[in-house]
Design a protein around this ligand. Structure first.
Ligand SMILES: *Cc1c(COP(=O)(O)O)cnc(C)c1O
Length: 401
């Protein structure tokens, strides 16, 4: 390093080093821990200890499913470990088209397209639908990939208060004369576990001539009697124009998708830069994703199980006196208030081999730090009881209940 004054990049590197080291020194660093083994559908080995996993997005417990593993292994044998590049040129496999057909059917849409990740999907989809002179409306709690997609698009971005339909209407009315309006929301909000008011959102989009895009990362497999997501939950159909989802949560693979009209998908396949300029989903992952959707249909009991497990966990927490905020899904926040209390609660749980994680500012507003647990279909009733026992003891020790 030169003797010259520290530049901006060097300053950022040093600041982050100090911040992370500070957390480590205070036993408050819980991130990037390597899992070394799966043990059944609810336990993992971390740091040599078998822990009950309560931070997984694998809501239906499909990670490690024999049929999905076999499909991945078969595709690896047949096609190798990658593709010949991007989809538009030599990277498309028949497997990708089969996966997209499966997704389109699952989402009751005409067609679907996949991308290399959910994050890329939001960037690519939003920026290929709207641009300068257009307006995009987002919930304040929308996922970062939606925010980044809006920024990338260059469209004017208007954020409404969380799930506040009056505020959304005020904004839509203000921009009523704009010809191109897109509303983008999460179906289930990833930090709070609450559900978008879809009936009202759809009604407002209709009224003001806006297109509706829904991010279903945390709702597929979780909402609706058969796990089809937010529309099934509300008993609605054909009200979401752009159905986005990930292949890395309930679906135990990697990638993201958009389902919608044939024309929309054609636009994505020829105009979305995240599709054109980024590699295809590898064969094993595409095959795993396709079979995972089939498993959801073939083993419908899993959906009921995640819903019952979430209810058991949430009821137990509430009975113990915890504040689980507005959650109605498998994402269960346990409000702690200060960052320190969240760290302390997590530390006590992890000491008892319950793997949960803290969410602190700036990911959530100051004073709203929480432990965030996720429940899956892979948990047994006894495992959930054990987690509740540990949380109750820890909560008392920290002074939360
Ligand atoms: C996880 C997530 C994404 C990104 O998906 P990846 O496949 O992990 O890139 C997008 N939106 C929401 C709401 C998410 O929770």
């Amino acid at each position: 390093m030169s003797d010259a004054a520290e530049n901006g990049i060097q300053a950022r590197i040093r600041a982050m080093d100090e911040r992370v080291q500070g957390l480590r020194d205070n036993d408050m660093y819980f991130y990037n821990k390597p899992v070394s083994e799966l043990k059944g559908s609810a336990e993992v080995v971390i740091d040599g200890r078998t822990m009950l996993m309560l931070a997984s997005y694998g809501y239906l417990g499909l990670l490690g499913h024999a049929r999905i593993n076999a499909a991945a292994a078969g595709a690896l044998q047949k096609y190798g470990s990658g593709t010949h590049g991007v989809r538009l040129l030599a990277g498309t496999l028949d497997l990708h088209l089969e996966l997209e057909r499966t997704i389109a059917e699952f989402k009751h849409s005409e067609d679907a397209v996949t991308f290399s990740s959910g994050y890329v999907t939001n960037l690519a989809a939003i920026s290929s639908m709207v641009g300068r002179h257009d307006v995009v409306f987002c919930d304040k709690y929308d996922h970062a990939s939606i925010v980044d997609g809006c920024l990338l698009s260059g469209a004017e971005m208007k954020r409404f208060r969380h799930n506040d339909m009056e505020h959304l209407e005020t904004l839509l009315r203000r921009y009523a004369d704009r010809s191109t309006k897109l509303v983008v929301v999460d179906a289930v909000f990833s930090m709070d576990g609450d559900i978008i008011d879809l009936p009202r959102t759809a009604e407002l989009c209709q009224k003001y001539g806006a297109q509706l895009m829904m991010d279903e990362a945390h709702s597929v497999g979780v909402l609706g009697e058969s796990g089809h997501g937010v529309e099934e939950h509300f008993g609605m159909q054909d009200c979401v124009d752009v159905k986005m989802g990930t292949l890395s949560k309930t679906i135990p693979s990697v990638g993201g998708y958009i389902a919608g009209s044939r024309g929309l998908i054609n636009l994505m396949k020829h105009a979305a830069r995240g599709f054109i300029f980024s590699a295809a989903i590898p064969p094993a992952q595409a095959a795993a994703a396709k079979v995972a959707f089939e498993v959801i249909l073939d083993e419908p009991a899993r959906v009921g199980r995640v819903q019952r497990n979430a209810a058991q966990f949430m009821d137990g927490l509430k009975r113990a006196g915890f504040d689980t905020m507005q959650s109605e899904t498998a994402i269960v926040p346990v409000l702690c208030g200060s960052d320190e209390k969240a760290y302390e609660l997590v530390r006590l749980c992890q000491r008892e081999d319950i793997f949960v994680l803290p969410v602190v500012s700036p990911a959530v507003p100051e004073g709203m730090a929480r432990l965030r647990a996720t429940v899956t279909a892979g948990h047994s009733a006894a495992q959930i009881e054990r987690a509740l026992d540990v949380l109750q003891k820890a909560g008392k020790q920290v002074g939360l209940i």
